[in-house]
Design a protein around this ligand. Structure first.
Ligand SMILES: *Cc1c(COP(=O)(O)O)cnc(C)c1O
Length: 394
């Protein structure tokens, strides 16, 4: 067989997960259940937007989107044009809002073509939309973003009513929604958060002004996961839920608020078992030294897969309901476990780095607390070198 014909044959390691070294399992049923749980907790008439940016927070945007729809989500939020097009190419027809700012006329033209709603932060983009929609002979639906205190995207909230009035004058631009984004919604009650009430009050004052001027705001939305879990005062017509959809709580004090189920399991396989004496240095820099005759297990996953190197020596993995400590520096492609107390752990066996095994669980928050980041960054840090394995009916 020559190299060309080989290229079209699947390699054994591609044929099934029984030969993968490491992978991300995605329980799409958990996504659907989380969507249903979240939808049940919404104010009457409020819609659920599933935020599937960053490849569905690392879970795979398309399977997540399908499962979220099945669970009751009615629209999607993405960050980039390409993420929106990916959903359309997969045959998903529900409304999609691009949360990032699109600046080039070609990007806005693509929105029109693929029926994606761009977010407008000012009149410049509104006029671009008008021009290209008029040229195409069909209207473009948009959402307007107000900056109520996040100080990132959006037009200053005080400009809101004027801008809505100006957009209403554009024949081919349909204002389908007005929204804002909270900077501090995950604050604990003890934090004495003054930012959120201020943002809510500003948002409400713009909406009141629009009502007074009989301007239609379309769908009004404000809440991310944290604000959604905080309660119906934040829900308006729609909530934009990311982290909670994937089964994680945006803050400890909100964890009890709903029965969410983590959808991701990160698993990897043992590639080598070593027996070493006491006093042996392990991995780069010998940051760990065995204190007893030890059985070490090398696992085929590393920081190039998205396991943060800062977690070296600070995590454990699960195997048959036990916790095995990771020792020494996490390297690009491998990490080492102390399996001295797990004599049954063998080459080829699977360990769980994140997720559930028996009654034990390791969450992205367990990791993020140890390396000064947040669960969001852990989840979307998993690289495409790790195959995604969707499990479930969706
Ligand atoms: C990412 C994002 C969300 C979702 O945030 P979570 O905290 O993950 O729920 C909501 N709204 C906007 C504008 C976002 O960019």
């Amino acid at each position: 067989m020559n190299a060309l014909s080989l290229a079209s044959q699947p390699e054994p390691h591609e044929a099934g997960y029984s030969r993968q070294r490491a992978w991300v399992e995605v329980d799409t049923d958990a996504i659907a259940r989380n969507a249903a749980t979240l939808a049940t907790g919404l104010a009457p008439g409020c819609q659920l937007m599933a935020v599937v940016k960053a490849d569905g927070y690392g879970h795979g945007a398309v399977p997540v989107a399908r499962a979220a729809l099945a669970g009751g989500a009615s629209s999607f939020g993405v960050a980039t044009l390409a993420e929106g097009v990916q959903l359309r190419r997969a045959g998903i027809t529900a409304p999609v809002l691009v949360l990032g700012n699109l600046i080039h006329p070609d990007e806005l033209r693509s929105c029109l073509r693929w029926q994606l709603m761009p977010t407008l932060s000012g009149m410049r983009e509104a006029l671009l939309c008008q021009n290209l929609a008029a040229a195409a002979g069909r209207p473009i639906g948009v959402h307007l973003k107000l900056d109520t205190g996040m100080t990132r995207l959006g037009v200053d909230w005080q400009e809101g009513p004027r801008l809505v009035a100006a957009i209403a004058e554009l024949a081919d631009v349909q204002l389908l929604g007005v929204y804002s984004h909270l900077a501090n919604a995950d604050a604990a009650p003890a934090d004495d958060d003054s930012i959120t009430p201020c943002q809510v009050q500003r948002f409400a004052s713009v909406l009141a002004a629009l009502r007074q001027q009989q301007l239609d705001a379309g769908c009004r939305h404000l809440a991310n996961s944290a604000a959604t879990l905080r309660g119906p005062d934040f829900h308006y017509d729609m909530v934009r839920v990311g982290l909670a959809l994937y089964g994680h709580s945006p803050a400890l004090h909100l964890a009890a608020a709903s029965a969410l189920q983590p959808a991701m399991q990160l698993r990897a396989r043992v590639s080598l078992i070593r027996s070493v004496p006491a006093g042996i240095g392990v991995s780069y820099g010998h940051r760990f030294r065995t204190s007893r005759p030890s059985r070490l297990a090398v696992v085929s996953i590393g920081y190039a897969d998205g396991v943060p190197r800062q977690l070296s020596g600070q995590i454990a993995v699960l195997h048959r309901g036990r916790r095995l400590p990771q020792v020494g520096a996490i390297t690009m492609d491998q990490l080492v476990l102390d399996a001295t107390d797990a004599p049954d752990l063998d080459v080829g066996e699977v360990v769980t780095l994140l997720g559930q095994d028996g009654d034990q669980q390791i969450t992205p928050a367990d990791w993020s607390q140890r390396c000064q980041t947040i669960p969001w960054e852990i989840l979307c840090g998993f690289k495409h070198r790790l195959p995604r394995l969707p499990l479930g009916a969706h």
